[in-house]
Design a protein around this ligand. Sequence first.
Ligand code: ZN
Length: 422
Amino acid sequence: MSTGGFPGRPVRPGDRLRPVPGTSGSLLVDNIGELVTNEGRPGDPLGIRRGAALLVEDGQVAWVGSSRDAPAADRRTDAGGAAVLPGFVDSHAHLVFAGDRAAEFAARMAGEPYTGGGIRTTVGATRAASDGDLRATVGRLRAEMLRQGTTTVEIKSGYGLNVADEARSLRIAAEFTEDTTFLGAHVVPAEYADRPDDYVGMVCGPMLAAAAPYARWIDVFCERGAFDADHARAILACGQAVGLGVRVHANQLGPGPGVQLGVELGAASVDHCTHLTDADIDALASRRIDCMCAEGEHTVTVATLLPGAEFSTRSPYPDARRLLDAGVTVALATDCNPGSSYTSSMPFCIALAVREMRMTPAEAVWAATAGGAAALRRTDVGRLTPGARADLIILDAPSHLHLAYRPGVPLIRQVLHNGVPR
Ligand SMILES: [Zn+2]
């Protein structure tokens, strides 16, 4: 995918591959019943191959083809006729926090509405936590994700909301992922409640300066009760000026300006997209970008849907069908956070997307892999073709269909991350 002219430093095949102990030599994954490559062909975006094998060398996919033609390798894994997929790319997660909000969830399930106000509860706990506590939480959730097949994750700040705690949140996040996102504009913290202009000035000034060295992206919660279009535009423009790519939390709780602001700024992704007008969808569909995928292009701005949030706030789900039929590129992500979506499970999100958002299983699996990669403007993950990172899942099932067909069942038999069994 070309990223020329768009912010968000691109990651390309072979970039940032750290030498990992145990990856020397080649590994053949053989006897694959159904291999999802995402190389795509007209009518088959998943690029499914049957009776396939895949060769891993130096942490990358070196060869894909028929089991009959498989080359020799130093080691061999027999997939036993199971399905093999690219590792999930979870492009939206808030993992740097302390405490939990189980009581708030229980109150919501007893009938109280979700307003986003509980974020401030987590801010208090996060500021009071030690670096070690925060690092342990990120590590625990990252490990939980890996066990469920997620090999790439984006991690946001947004529970520090002062200069020191936003910077340390991103510094810790950067220990776990390349895709770190500065979300100083999550909500206006209590101490700035009566002077939001001053808070926006702080986010654009000293907070951005302290956060930017650890961040690839900048994000704003553009919503009633959080940041309006003018504040969001100002913050995102400051981030772009120092080289950060743009993402937006948009149109979650009601219709609003977030989606069209994201398109205007060339955002890589607008996330949530629960309440969209026809004009929002037209704006998303109107700007396209060349890519390496089968379709040959994506929309510049991906619509990232987060059904865990609707599940956990008992809210109406976004309509993925409307976006897909308009030609908008769709990603699925967990939104993993302690308030509105405390799930780390991409298989759960796939099942919700199929059952509740009118996606086919194939569309949901594509959105959870290649779609997430598009939302992060990455071409090295989300597919299993030569040159891609050897991030893959061997399912305990013969087909990707089982991810939605058997909801809640632990179907991830084995995960390879950078070619290393985990
Ligand atoms: Zn979020």
